[in-house]
Design a binder for this molecule. Structure first.
Ligand code: NAP
Length: 347
């Protein structure tokens, strides 16, 4: 008796791993009933197939539909488009607005574009994500018609600095809006294929208590989780501390190497290939983005100074040793050391 029961239970747990929560619950109820039959044997039966007249199936469809988010992108540039494509692939609907008119491009990928921010807001997206440059966020927000949105819209940003948008959101957004600060730590180059294990930093700055508000926030986060991102919950302040010594330095070194215009050689080492891919991942980003990483992260100046110090120290070590070698040659007895002070004409 025990053996078939165990076999069936292990089938149940391995099979149910792939089943959605509503169906899993239904299955478990059915399986539970079977276990309690007079015969005591467990029979695994097929899960009920969805039928159009079945009210449970209709509930499933409704739940599925509720999972679809209407996402509004503000700033339909490089990163805004990159993000929109993934949202669309996951079944969410996307609308966008931007300084530049992207109507043709947007409709080609299935995004509804609104050149006018008022029209965009009147579409009442569930979530508004600011994908503008760091430098233009404040000006864009100051003329954004928030009053035309739904009363409790969720506001997000994807800026590569975090303390600045957080403070701006808290300062400018009506108190009934939710705030979720995000930083996908990858871009159109580094995330062009899979997002598996790429970090997504988030800070739930202000999310209302109502169930629907926390669910909406979690639904957006679960989009990134389902894409395979490594979810990192972190305060905006801590993000900026860590990003200055990692991301900002990465971009600085990438830009320096890009400025050197290095090119492939026939004897490139793996190390050199890594440097070339660093240039690929950073040098094509706009200078506005790089400048924003510096200007709007108060920890960046100190890290730049440390980088410069380290460079001078390494260079100092090289030249220090070179000088030692030259001096020891100059001042050893049998070298021509003293001859350098002599007048060559006397020789
Ligand atoms: P970006 O140069 O930082 O931003 C371009 C966007 O900013 C475009 O949508 C552009 O609108 C808008 N913009 C620029 N100046 C503007 C102004 N004066 N007024 C209104 N809008 C203005 O390049 P990006 O790579 O697309 O980055 C967008 C955001 O994503 C940034 O905040 C960046 O930090 C963040 N991010 C980027 C990456 C990445 O790898 N690229 C990764 C993570 C996060 P128009 O196109 O309409 O001119």
């Amino acid at each position: 008796m025990i053996a078939p029961l165990n076999r069936a239970l292990s089938f149940e747990s391995s099979y149910l791993g792939n089943v959605d929560p509503i169906r899993r619950r239904r299955f478990q109820v059915n399986a539970g009933k079977r276990r309690n039959t007079a015969h005591g044997t467990l029979k695994v039966i097929a899960i009920d197939a969805a039928q159009p007249f079945d009210s449970e199936a209709r509930e499933d469809v409704k739940a599925q539909r509720q999972k679809v988010l209407k996402i509004g992108i503000v700033g339909f540039g490089n990163f805004g488009q990159f993000l929109s494509k993934r949202f669309l692939e996951s079944g969410h609907s996307v609308i966008a607005t931007s300084r530049t008119d992207y109507s043709t491009h947007a409709s080609a990928i299935g995004v509804s574009f609104f050149a006018d921010a008022d029209d965009f807001c009147e579409e009442h997206p569930d979530i508004v994500i600011f994908c503008t440059s760091i430098l233009s966020l404040e000006a864009t927000m100051r003329c954004f018609p928030f009053q035309r949105l739904k009363r409790n819209t969720l506001f997000c940003d994807v800026l590569s600095v975090k303390q600045f948008p957080k403070q701006l959101f808290l300062q400018l957004l009506p108190s009934n809006f939710d705030i979720l600060c995000l930083h996908p730590m990858f871009g159109p180059d580094s995330g062009k294929n899979s997002w598996q294990d790429l970090p997504l930093v988030y800070d739930k700055v202000r999310v209302g208590n109502e169930k629907c508000r926390s669910e909406r926030c979690n639904r957006l986060l679960s989009f990134f989780e389902l894409q395979g991102c490594r979810m990192v919950e972190m305060s905006c302040e801590e993000h900026d501390r860590q990003a200055a010594s990692s991301q900002f330095i990465t971009h600085t070194v990438g830009r320096m190497l890009g400025t050197m215009e290095l090119s492939e050689t026939t004897i490139s080492t793996k190390g050199f290939d890594s440097l070339m891919s660093l240039v690929d991942n950073t040098y094509h980003d706009s200078f506005d983005l790089y400048y924003g990483l510096f200007m709007y992260n108060k920890n960046a100046s100190a890290e730049l100074a440390r980088l410069e110090l380290a460079f001078n120290q390494v260079k100092g070590e090289l030249f220090g040793r070179l000088h030692d070698v030259i001096r020891s040659e100059l001042f050893t007895e049998n070298s021509g050391a003293h001859s350098i002070n002599e007048n060559p004409e006397k020789r």
